[in-house]
Design a protein around this ligand. Structure first.
Ligand SMILES: [Zn+2]
Ligand SMILES: [Zn+2]
Ligand SMILES: [Zn+2]
Length: 353
């Protein structure tokens, strides 16, 4: 089958045979099983509308969080008082904590290490809203700048090897608080997902001389079937081997390893694009729960090839026995169909405004 036809089998909207697809970044295989025929309406979720009463992240409740470690606030306001625009506090229930470095110890045939690391929460706005889609682009840009600032601060700890920024939105995506927030976990090791991408990148560069994300940007722009929105500095598309229905990636055009070094123009446009595409997902699917992850180069160690990017992973399908058993995913929505719906959602949003 010619490549173009193979790439587009899911784009027709009619029943097609399942197709195994390989992600050139990680080597991960995914089954696109579009004959299950899910349309956006089949995924529409009912919004969780619990009241904002007693929210510990709202202004006036600053004493209910651990003391802030950073904030964008007027200079005449003291820490842990209202007036802030973005506020960072240590996570009250950290997944990792304690100062490094720490040595790996033997425990018979096993190896272990103290659970050191830093876990912070970024309260993204004083307004009690759900996500980026409810904030103005300036506010989203301020959040991205705070991610950069914390990344630069945390890497001063020489034992930190990777800084994971992520956002859980909606209960089913792991958010225990409704108020828009993200999390930063600084780790003493480079986690597996990053190792897989680093290895995939190195392999692709060696085989072709080109970074796979730079190559993806070029092919997706030429092909168009999975492209959702393109800006001057970044593009948002549904990846060829999408694991999840309506998975989207936002990728900067310039090949750059480290998100913390991204310039102001890139940050402003990324804020605009993320807000736009999350708004489209919310409109199309009824504010689905989602995870957003920032993948960027490891810190405090040399890294030859990386291209930072943001992955948005809507939680519309459950991972079950097949996924846990094989590490492969079954995706019932072809990325071409997801991209088409999201392009159309953009047009109808433009008409409404
Ligand atoms: Zn709140
Ligand atoms: Zn690249
Ligand atoms: Zn990634």
């Amino acid at each position: 089958m010619p490549c173009v036809e193979l790439c587009r089998t899911g784009s027709t909207g009619v029943a097609v045979l399942p197709e195994w697809r390989k992600d050139i970044l990680t080597g991960r295989w995914v089954v696109i099983a579009a004959e299950r025929g899910k349309r956006p309406l089949d995924f529409k979720v009912r919004r969780d509308r619990r009241a904002a009463v007693l929210c510990p992240l709202c202004p006036g409740h600053e004493r209910e969080t651990p003391p802030e470690v950073a904030a964008y606030r007027p200079v005449d306001t003291p820490p842990d008082t209202p007036g802030w625009r973005v506020r960072v506090v240590p996570n009250k229930f950290p997944a990792v904590r304690g100062e490094g470095p720490a040595a790996v110890q033997s425990c018979g045939i096993y190896r272990a290490m103290p659970g050191i690391g830093v876990h912070e929460m970024v309260i993204e706005a004083p307004e009690h809203v759900r996500g980026f889609e409810d904030l103005d682009p300036e506010q989203v840009a301020a959040v991205l700048r705070m991610w950069q600032e914390r990344s630069r601060a945390l890497r001063r700890l020489a034992w930190i090897k990777y800084i994971q920024v992520f956002k859980n939105t909606g209960q089913a995506a792991g958010a225990s608080l409704e108020h828009t927030h993200s999390q930063i976990v600084a780790l003493p090791l480079v986690p597996d997902a990053l190792r897989a991408e680093l290895a995939g990148m190195a392999e692709h560069v060696q085989a072709t001389g080109e970074c796979p994300l730079c190559a993806m940007l070029r092919q997706e722009a030429e092909d168009g079937s999975r492209m959702i929105v393109q800006g001057r500095h970044a593009a948002v598309f549904a990846p060829f081997a999408s694991r999840f229905p309506f998975e989207v990636w936002a990728v900067p055009r310039a090949h750059q390893e480290d998100f913390a070094l991204a310039g102001e123009a890139v940050i402003r446009e990324l804020a605009h694009l993320l807000r736009d595409v999350l708004g489209r997902l919310a409109g199309l699917l009824g504010s689905p729960p989602y995870n957003l992850v920032l993948h960027t180069a490891p810190v405090n160690s040399p890294c030859e090839h990386y291209h930072w990017h943001v992955e948005v992973l809507p939680r519309l399908a459950v991972c079950a026995g097949f996924e846990f058993g094989t590490g492969c995913y079954i995706n019932p929505v072809a990325p071409e169909a997801a991209a088409r719906h999201l392009r159309e959602a953009g047009k109808s949003r433009a008409k409404k405004s």
